[in-house]
Design a protein around this ligand. Structure first.
Ligand SMILES: Cc1cc2nc3c(=O)[nH]c(=O)nc-3n(C[C@H](O)[C@H](O)[C@H](O)COP(=O)(O)OP(=O)(O)OC[C@H]3O[C@@H](n4cnc5c(N)ncnc54)[C@H](O)[C@@H]3O)c2cc1C
Length: 384
């Protein structure tokens, strides 16, 4: 057993930390947060330095690293700032579906611009009536000659108002039973006739990312926009979730660490009853508790990433990492606010943002309950 990162991994971690410390400007962050603005300048720089798509093949502008290295970067970004960290982490959201299942032409056309800072991507799976259960879909894609005609609505789509292209999960065969065997993923470019993105604001956290409802009204895309095989969409998306949930765990881990760093720093400075907060045993125990939870979350997240890179998909482990680390982030950020007292409630002291941003990691890419369902079904097997 070896719990050490390699020298190369340590270098990536250090580079990501230095980039975040140097570029994530506090004043600008407050402004972007209030105006719901994507941190475009930082994203451009991050792309230029090779951070975005670190785990993509070199051929498509990536660095050929694994999920582990991407996780280290996301953790460092979110530790420095939860809002900017998540916005950068999700700038290439869902591109992996094209990377895994797409044609070389699709990868060249869509993935290369993502790593080069020209395109932002989005994955559209959730619908107003179908969230946790995407085995059922109302969005249809009807094959007509050499094209697909898409109709329906997707909601809560990250980067919805910003993305240059969308990976859209559709029902393409309405007869097959069970219905998820008739789903497909299609690439839809922004601005196409019949497509509209409507921003959903205001929202609790991740305010530097766009969240939108997408409507498709007779949107016609060429058959060449189909990703992989026609009825394989559901399985492609599930495989993608096994990868992306590790990234969400990394976001949560960074948020937990960032909230802890701030709480520790504050507790060392703040005095009440003529003592520093860190001198109270209850504060010491709180810090010990927070640090222990973070360490456990880190171990399981790193293991999930390592396992993915070394052995491939393990949905049980990935779901364990996702729910546990997300819960840890919410609990640690909550405790951090408590340690700051009234100041923790103020925007200026940042921990309230970490708390608001932590919460989404328990919801998107499958809620905490859905992760536990995945774990339980792996443990128990099929019930009659
Ligand atoms: C800010 C934000 C960004 C998002 N980004 C994206 C995106 O980019 N792309 C995308 O496709 N989606 C995105 N989502 C959607 C997100 O993935 C869904 O909100 C989530 O999967 C839950 O679906 P739902 O909201 O419909 O809740 P529901 O599925 O209606 O669930 C409601 C509650 O019931 C519980 N529940 C449901 N089924 C079960 C069950 N079988 N057992 C136990 N409990 C259950 C859930 O855990 C939850 O607590 C985003 C959501 C938000 C808020």
């Amino acid at each position: 057993m070896d719990f050490e990162l390699t020298e190369e991994q340590k270098d990536i971690q250090k580079a990501a930390r230095e980039f975040a410390q140097g570029e994530f400007d506090k004043e600008k962050i407050l402004e972007w947060e209030q105006t719901h603005t994507f941190p475009r300048e930082i994203w451009k720089k991050a792309c230029k330095l090779g951070f975005i798509g670190l785990h993509f093949p070199e051929e498509y502008g990536g660095q050929d690293y694994g999920i582990t290295e991407n996780m280290l970067m996301v953790e460092e970004f979110c530790r420095q700032d939860s809002g900017v960290g998540i916005a950068l982490s999700l700038a290439d959201f869902s591109s992996e579906v094209i990377l895994r299942f797409g044609t070389p032409e699709q990868k060249k056309k869509y993935i290369l611009p993502v790593t080069q800072g020209e395109f932002i991507s989005a994955g559209a799976y959730t619908e107003p009536d179908h969230g946790s259960d995407i085995t059922l879909l109302s969005t249809t894609a009807k094959k007509e000659g050499d094209s697909f005609l898409i109709n329906g609505t997707k909601t809560f789509i990250t980067n919805g108002g910003l993305a240059d292209f969308f990976i859209v999960l559709c029902q393409c065969d309405s007869i097959v039973v069970p219905s998820y065997r008739g789903q497909c993923t299609l690439i839809v470019e922004k601005g196409i006739h019949g497509f509209e993105a409507t921003e959903i604001v205001p929202k609790m956290g991740i305010r530097m990312t766009s969240t939108a409802e997408l409507s498709f009204s007779d949107v016609r895309v060429p058959a060449s926009n189909l990703i992989g095989k026609e009825n394989a969409g559901f399985y492609q998306v599930l495989e993608f979730f096994d990868e992306s949930r590790i990234e969400i765990a990394a976001q949560a881990l960074g948020i937990a660490q960032g909230a802890f760093d701030r709480a520790l720093d504050y507790a060392k400075k703040r005095e009440q009853f003529k003592k520093k907060l860190v001198e109270f045993q209850i504060t010491q125990h709180k810090l010990a508790d927070m640090a222990t939870r973070i360490e456990v979350a880190r171990l399981i997240t790193y293991k999930a990433a390592w396992n993915f890179d070394q052995r491939g998909v393990d949905p049980k482990l990935t779901s364990m990492a996702k729910w546990f680390t997300a819960r840890t982030a919410v609990e640690v950020a909550d405790e951090a606010i408590q340690m700051f007292g009234g100041y923790g409630y103020l925007t200026e002291y940042e921990v309230e943002r970490f708390y608001r941003d932590a919460k989404i990691t328990e919801i998107y890419e499958g809620t905490r309950e859905i992760q536990k369902n995945t774990i339980a079904s792996a443990l128990i097997g099929k019930l009659k």
